[in-house]
Write a protein that binds this ligand. Structure first.
Ligand code: UD1
Length: 361
């Protein structure tokens, strides 16, 4: 069986790494890796390939940035050529970025089977580009690998057949556990010094258009964070989109919020795993914090990953100043979730996924 694996943006890379490791254990499986080029900066892409031990891609499509329409179309045009040349038995897509949806559409129209890893998640917020990507991808996939029960329920409600839904667990947790076991001190001594100097600190990431693209919203978020930072410092790897917006809107960021360039996986893990809490709007960090039992405050009104709320360490706090400060005050009073690991977040999700392919050959 020849499997074509697609990755394009930062959150994809953690998910493909353990899948590729697992495929390599089986001589009967062949894979090709396609990087769409949706993310292309060293810090957003190459650093992850290096940290996560992902082999060089067989194809780099160089799609780059642009409007959603342009980016999606560029990926589709180039990926179609790859599919026609390679004729894989299966195209495997992960997550919910534009590359995921673009590749799924191309494959399906060429009558190639599509497997979606992290299927069925729904925020029910159609203003999120990722929600559209999730819905479109799931509407045409053949295999649905789910990370939590709610995802399966969503798929069944949308008319999918139970026999195509596989509760595999979470490949992102496979990667997290694998990397945590071998984690060493980072090469950059700033991170170590930061940890020594600040016994208590928060880790923060922020990049969602709904938080950073509006001046009013971004200003309100930083009014709250600047106030909190007077008591507890933050380390803040700044996504390129956010960096541009902070500059464009001339947002005041406290000196106690240490802004650093986007971090590779290992440096990031090294910092957030020992933080007192994580403030984020990322999808993946909501889950990874649950994976290691670190409290997570999510600056969104909804999440497509409800198990992190019901069983994990995640709390939705939205993006209003008073709500962010209220969450911090609760944290100070010791009101934090300890949570437990959801079903099958045990480091064996990739094995379960590959077993499905091996038995369906
Ligand atoms: C994308 C995903 C989002 C994911 C996020 C993680 C979609 C719709 N969104 O959002 O789900 O959470 O990745 O980062 O697929 N840029 C660079 N260098 C890069 C990549 C991007 O400077 O390597 C800048 C460009 O100005 C670009 C902007 O960041 O226009 C946004 O990049 P894009 O891939 O369109 O969306 P993200 O916000 O990264």
């Amino acid at each position: 069986m020849k499997i074509c694996i697609i990755a394009g943006a930062r959150p994809n890379f953690m998910k493909i790494a353990p899948i590729i490791r697992e495929i390599k254990k089986h001589n009967s499986l062949e894979y090709i890796l396609v990087h769409t080029g949706q993310h292309y900066d060293y810090e957003m892409s190459d650093a992850f390939f290096k940290d996560l031990e992902i082999p060089e891609p067989d194809y780099f499509l160089n799609a780059g940035s642009g409007s959603h329409g342009k980016q999606t179309a560029d990926i589709m045009v180039s990926f179609e050529e790859v599919c026609i040349k390679e004729n894989p038995d299966l195209v495997l897509v992960v997550g919910d970025v534009n590359s995921t949806m673009a590749a799924a559409i191309v494959a399906k129209k060429l009558l190639i089977k599509v497997a979606h890893v992290e299927a069925g998640l729904r925020s029910f917020d159609i203003s999120m580009p990722e929600e559209i990507n999730r819905m479109v991808t799931d509407s045409i996939s053949d295999y649905f690998f789910i990370t939590e029960k709610a995802a399966g329920e969503n798929l069944l409600k949308e008319g999918k057949s139970q026999k195509d839904i596989y509760f595999s667990g979470h490949v992102m947790i496979d990667n997290l556990l694998y990397q945590k076991a071998k984690l060493q001190k980072p090469e950059n001594s700033f991170f170590e010094e930061f940890k020594i100097q600040n016994k208590k600190y928060f880790f923060m990431t922020l990049h969602r258009p709904s938080n950073v693209d509006s001046e009013e919203t971004l200003e309100e978020i930083f009014e709250a964070l600047n106030q909190i930072a007077k008591e507890v410092p933050f380390v803040f790897p700044v996504h390129p989109r956010t960096k541009n917006k902070l500059e464009e809107f001339k947002i005041n960021v406290s000196e106690n919020i240490f802004q650093v360039s986007p971090l590779g996986f290992k440096d990031s893990l090294y910092l957030w795993k020992d933080s007192s809490a994580v403030f984020t709007d990322s999808g993946g960090l909501q889950e990874e914090t649950t994976g290691l039992g670190v409290p997570c405050f999510t600056l969104r009104d909804n999440t497509e990953r409800p198990v992190t709320i019901d069983e994990g360490t995640n709390t939705l706090i939205g993006n209003k100043k008073e709500d962010i400060i209220k969450a911090y005050n609760n944290f100070k009073k010791g009101i934090v979730k300890s949570g437990h690991l959801p079903k099958f977040w045990d480091g064996k999700a990739s094995e379960r996924i590959i077993d499905v392919f091996l038995s369906s050959k």
